[in-house]
Every structure is written in structure tokens, then in C-alpha cells.
Design a protein around this ligand. Structure first.
Ligand SMILES: C[S@@+](CC[C@H](N)C(=O)[O-])C[C@H]1O[C@@H](n2cnc3c(N)ncnc32)[C@H](O)[C@@H]1O
Length: 241
């Protein structure tokens, strides 16, 4: 399980390069959605860093998630179905003693289900795995804004747009997976550091207070999403003292 960093091929670590070069089969779990740019970036990373060609990509089928059952059960069933399919693919595509890899955007531990599913794959097929950490979108965001993540001795919550809207903000929070510009619900004097397509040539950065920049971010975000057909953005919020 290799974390490849969250956008810039230069985020790929020396440890990841070594693991890429040890891999015979790359298992791809992309859902064939509009994020072709991201699939292309993964292939680019392999081409750039792997010295000996001869590796293969194997697409893993993605079972449909049920819509007529409660959300948690639907996700659970979906993970179980994926685990069965992945186990079959590992058995049929990976010769004994060979190494297969999954590439995770950023770091595999952060809002990524692959490790959870791999845990279940182990119920079906015998294999061992290691995890290579990667540079997260959070690290990319703070580096590009040149800011510390936390105030001195203070905690930071990592959350989603949906949970920010439900729970409100107290202290500092990093918000990911937010399609709805949920920062607009925060008090106007909340500080925000926003970034999209971090580490790529299309990178966008905005900072200010919610009162000053919420509208600007909303407009830039909508235009960029329209232009690219997809967007990945993340932001840090700090409530006023
Ligand atoms: C499914 S999560 C995966 C996070 C990833 N594992 C990581 O370590 O950053 C995807 C979310 O990460 C954030 N993200 C990932 N890459 C990003 C980038 N290059 N620029 C801005 N946000 C990014 C966005 O909030 C996006 O909705």
C-alpha cells in the first residue's frame, strides 16, 4: 500500500520509489469517473520513477453500492463485496511470491478505505502487506500557505463538510471532501486558508476571513470545477479567539 502524495510527483518519497520498483502488478481501484487527470498522474508517477518496465496494471471491478439500505450497511456490504473481488484478483493475477501494490492518493490512512478493505481481503487470501506513508493534502495545504497546522499546544480536528455543517466549528479544523462550500456557515471573523488542486499546475490558493473571501472562494471553485470537470479542495479554519 503506497502513499504517492497528494498531487505533485515530487511529493513521492524515496521509500515509495523503492516500493514502486519492487512491484510487479499495480491494482487500480479507480471508478472510471471524470477524474482522468488523477489516473493519468498515477501512470505518470510509475513511468517517471520505475526504472525497469515490465510491471502491469490490473483494474479491479467496483461493485455497485446499494441505495435502498441504510448508509452504514450499504458501505459495509460494499466493502465486503470489494474484498471478495480483490481477493479473487490477487489470487488470479499475482504469482506466488510476487508483489502487488495499491497506490493511495496522499497517505493511505486519511479518508481512504483501501486499508479497511485490505483487512477484509485477508479473510479470503493469504498475503502480507506493508504501508508506505505519503504526503497528505493537509501537509500540502499548510506548506503552500506557509503556516503551522496547529496553534501552540492546541488541537486540530480533521472533518468533512457535512460534519462541519452538522457540528459547527470550535477551535481549528481541517475540512476535506466538501462539495458544498460549508465554510459559508461559519462566523464571518473565522480565518480560512483554502487550496484546490494542490501541488499541480492548476493549484489555487485563497486566504482571509470567511466574511472577506467566502464569496470569492465559492465563485473561483465553481468556475474551476466547470473548467476541469472535477475539483479537489481542502481548507483550514480557525475560529476567532
Ligand atoms: C478521499 S480524500 C483522500 C485524502 C488523501 N488520502 C490524503 O492523504 O490527502 C480526498 C480529499 O482530499 C483532499 N485533497 C486531496 N488531494 C488534494 C489536492 N491536491 N488539493 C486539494 N485537496 C486535496 C480533498 O479534500 C479531497 O476531497
Amino acid at each position: 500500500m503506497i502513499g504517492i502524495g497528494a498531487g505533485d510527483p515530487d511529493y513521492v518519497t524515496v521509500q515509495a520509489i523503492s516500493a514502486l520498483n519492487d512491484t510487479q502488478v499495480f491494482f487500480a481501484t479507480d471508478k472510471g469517473d471524470t477524474k482522468d487527470d488523477l489516473v493519468a498522474l498515477r501512470r505518470l508517477i510509475c513511468e517517471r520513477f520505475i526504472e525497469k518496465p515490465g510491471y502491469r496494471f490490473v483494474e479491479l471491478p467496483d461493485p455497485k453500492r446499494a441505495v435502498d439500505v441504510p448508509y452504514e450497511q450499504a458501505v459495509n456490504d460494499w466493502h465486503a463485496a470489494r474484498a471478495r473481488l480483490w481477493a479473487q484478483a490477487i489470487e488470479s493475477e499475482l504469482p506466488d511470491g510476487a508483489t502487488g501494490s495499491f497506490l493511495a492518493w496522499g497517505d493511505p490512512s486519511l479518508y481512504d478505505s483501501t486499508l479497511r478493505i485490505l483487512d477484509r481481503v485477508a479473510d479470503h487470501v493469504d498475503f502480507e502487506f506493508d504501508v508506505i506513508p505519503g504526503i497528505t493534502a493537509i501537509a500540502a495545504l499548510t506548506a503552500r500557505h506557509r503556516i503551522p497546522l496547529n496553534d501552540i499546544g492546541e488541537p486540530v480536528l480533521i472533518t468533512t463538510g457535512r460534519r462541519l455543517r452538522a457540528d459547527g466549528l470550535s477551535g481549528a479544523a481541517v475540512v476535506m471532501l466538501d462539495g458544498d462550500c460549508s465554510f459559508r456557515d461559519c462566523a464571518p471573523d473565522t480565518r480560512i486558508w483554502w487550496g484546490a488542486y494542490l501541488g499541480t499546475p492548476d493549484e489555487l490558493l485563497v486566504t482571509g476571513t470567511v466574511g472577506e473571501v467566502a464569496e470569492q472562494i465559492t465563485e473561483i471553485r465553481a468556475a474551476a470545477r466547470e473548467r476541469h470537470g472535477w475539483i479537489m479542495d481542502i481548507y483550514l479554519l480557525r475560529a476567532a479567539d
